[in-house]
Design a protein. Structure first.
Length: 207
């Protein structure tokens, strides 16, 4: 019964995500309504369910997004965007490589979700500065690959890492920051290194 209810609510929430502009509902509101609806229909004990929620992780991400909002509202992101546009004008290949490796490095330190949220307007300005052509859109791939793969480097690089470490510690299998990094850094260097020839061949040689 719970599986059927969960799948039904998941389907409704997914549809609401797709139609959120038509429904005039923010995705966060859709997610909260879906969670509350499933909790009500499942008739599970609210106290027991709340104890399983990763509250420290949620507070951690709330703080990160507050910091990102502050950077946007104080004009820091706009200044970075202007400086990046001036520095990489008409030099698309160097800009791609700097964005790829820079995103990987920064995503290892700052969670990649707020990082991408912060850098999206910067990359949009860079793409427009380079003519918004099919080739210039390589910058979006550089951001996506760098941020995604760089998030594997450290325990705080991706939301999934933070959640899994919290669950592991609760289960009595504590994984330290340096234990995670010892393996994650190798994976990140190899995968980002493989992304370099892909971007070069796909957008600069075979384009």
């Amino acid at each position: 019964r719970l599986l059927v209810l969960g799948l039904a609510v998941l389907g409704a929430v997914t549809a609401a995500f797709v139609l959120h502009t038509t429904l005039h509902l923010e995705p966060a509101v859709v997610a909260l309504l879906g969670g509350l609806l499933l909790l009500a229909l499942s008739r599970l004990d609210v106290g027991e369910v709340s104890r399983d929620v990763e509250w420290p992780t949620l507070v951690f991400f709330a703080g990160l997004f507050i910091m990102v909002g502050a950077l946007v509202n104080t004009g820091v992101v706009e200044q970075i965007s202007r400086a990046a546009t001036d520095a990489t004008a008409d030099r698309l290949l160097p800009a791609t490589m700097v964005l790829l490796w820079g995103s990987a490095a920064l995503s290892a330190i700052v969670d990649n979700i707020p990082y991408v949220a912060t850098m999206s307007p910067v990359v949009a300005d860079l793409v427009n500065a380079n003519g918004d052509t099919a080739q210039s859109r390589v910058l979006w791939w550089a951001l996506a690959l760098g941020a995604d793969l760089g998030g594997n480097a450290t325990a705080v690089g991706a939301s999934a890492n933070v959640v899994v470490l919290g669950l592991a510690e609760r289960a009595g299998q504590r994984i330290t920051f340096w234990q995670f990094t010892r393996y994650g850094l190798v994976v990140t260097l190899v995968t980002v290194g493989l992304a370099v020839p892909y971007l070069w061949l796909r957008y600069f040689v075979l384009a």
